[in-house]
Ligand binder design. Structure first.
Ligand SMILES: Nc1ncnc2c1ncn2[C@@H]1O[C@H](COP(=O)(O)OP(=O)(O)OP(=O)(O)O)[C@@H](O)[C@H]1O
Ligand SMILES: [Mg+2]
Length: 262
C-alpha cells in the first residue's frame, strides 16, 4: 500500500539531511520522556511513530522501560521475537515500524530483577548489538523518572530532540520541571511539550504558566481517547480517517521543529 506523505515531509524528504545521531544508519533520535510515570510516554511514542511513518519516514522505537516494557501491546504485537544472528539483534517489524523491547524477549510471567548498574550495562549492550538498519527516526520510549536508564540514555544517545510529555496537572508539571533542568544541563534540545489527556484536567493556568516560564512551545495535544478504555491497541484506535488526520498534523508539527533545530 502506498504511504501518503504530508507536505512538510515531502519538502524535507527530498532534502538530503545529514546524519546526526551516533547510532549506525539512524538519522535522528527523539527521546520521549516526562519525569512522571503514567502520563502517556509510551502512548505518545507510538502515536509519534505512526505519524512519522504515515508521513513517509522510516521509524523505529526503542523501549527503554526495562522494568515495565509494554510498547508491544500498544502496537498490537504479540508473538514476534527479535531475530538473533551472528551475535546481532534484528528488531521486530510491525506495521513497518521497527521495535526493540524487553517485552519481546522476556515472557510477561517472568519477573525483571535488575539493579541500576545492570540496566545501564544492558542498554550499552543493546546499543552495540541491535542492527536497526536505515532509519530516519529512532524514538526512545523512556521509563518514568530520571534514574539510571535516563542518565545512561543521555550519555550514550545524545538525542537530537527531547519531547516532553505531561498532563496539564501540577503534579506532572512539577516532575517535568526537574526533568527539564537535567536536559538543560546536558544541552539537550527540547522540541516541545505534548499535552496529554488535555481535556481531562482543568488547571489550564498552571500549564500555560509552565510553558511560558520554561520558554517552551506546545508541540501538540491529545485529548482523553475513550477508545483506550476498551483496547490498549493504538492501531485500532487510529483506524478512522478523522484520527488519521490527527497523525498528519502531528507529523507536520514534529518535522517542523526537528528541521528548524537541525
Ligand atoms: N490520551 C489518552 N487517553 C486515554 N488514555 C490514555 C491516554 N494516554 C495514555 N492513556 C492511558 O494511560 C495509561 C498510561 O499510559 P502510558 O503507558 O502511555 O504512560 P507512560 O507514561 O508510558 O507510563 P509509564 O511511566 O509506566 O511508562 C495507559 O493505560 C494508556 O492507555
Ligand atoms: Mg511507558
Amino acid at each position: 500500500m502506498e504511504e501518503k506523505t504530508c507536505p512538510s515531509a515531502e519538502k524535507f524528504f527530498k532534502k538530503e539531511f545529514k546524519k546526526h545521531t551516533g547510532i549506525k544508519d539512524v538519522r535522528f533520535t527523539l527521546a520521549v520522556g516526562s519525569g512522571k510515570g503514567g502520563v502517556g510516554k509510551t502512548t505518545i511514542s507510538a502515536i509519534l511513530a505512526l505519524a512519522l511513518k504515515k508521513a513517509g519516514y522510516l521509524v523505529g522505537i526503542f523501549d527503554l522501560d526495562f522494568y515495565g516494557p509494554n510498547i508491544n501491546l500498544v502496537l498490537g504485537i504479540e508473538k514476534k521475537k527479535p531475530f538473533i544472528e551472528f551475535g546481532k539483534i534484528k528488531p521486530v517489524s510491525s506495521y513497518n515500524i521497527k521495535i526493540i523491547s524487553l517485552a519481546l524477549m522476556i515472557s510477561e510471567k517472568e519477573p525483571i530483577f535488575m539493579r541500576g548498574l545492570m540496566a545501564s550495562k544492558l542498554l550499552q549492550e543493546l546499543i552495540q548489538k541491535v542492527e536497526w538498519g536505515p532509519l530516519d527516526f529512532l524514538i526512545l520510549d523512556l521509563p518514568p523518572g530520571t534514574g539510571d536508564i535516563f542518565l545512561t540514555m543521555l550519555d550514550l544517545f545524545n538525542p537530537e530532540g527531547f519531547i516532553l510529555v505531561t498532563t496539564p496537572h501540577k503534579l506532572a508539571i512539577s516532575d517535568a520541571k526537574r526533568t527539564l533542568a537535567i536536559l538543560k544541563e546536558n544541552n539537550i534540545p527540547v522540541l516541545g511539550v505534548v499535552k496529554n489527556m488535555s481535556d481531562f484536567f482543568e488547571d489550564e493556568t498552571s500549564f500555560q504558566e509552565f510553558l511560558s516560564k520554561q520558554k517552551l512551545s506546545l508541540l501538540f495535544e491529545i485529548p482523553v481517547l475513550k477508545e483506550l478504555s476498551k483496547t490498549e491497541n493504538l492501531i485500532e484506535v487510529f483506524n478512522s480517517s478523522k484520527k488519521q488526520k490527527i497523525l498528519e498534523h502531528i507529523a507536520e508539527r514534529v518535522l517542523e521543529k526537528v528541521f528548524r533545530i537541525h
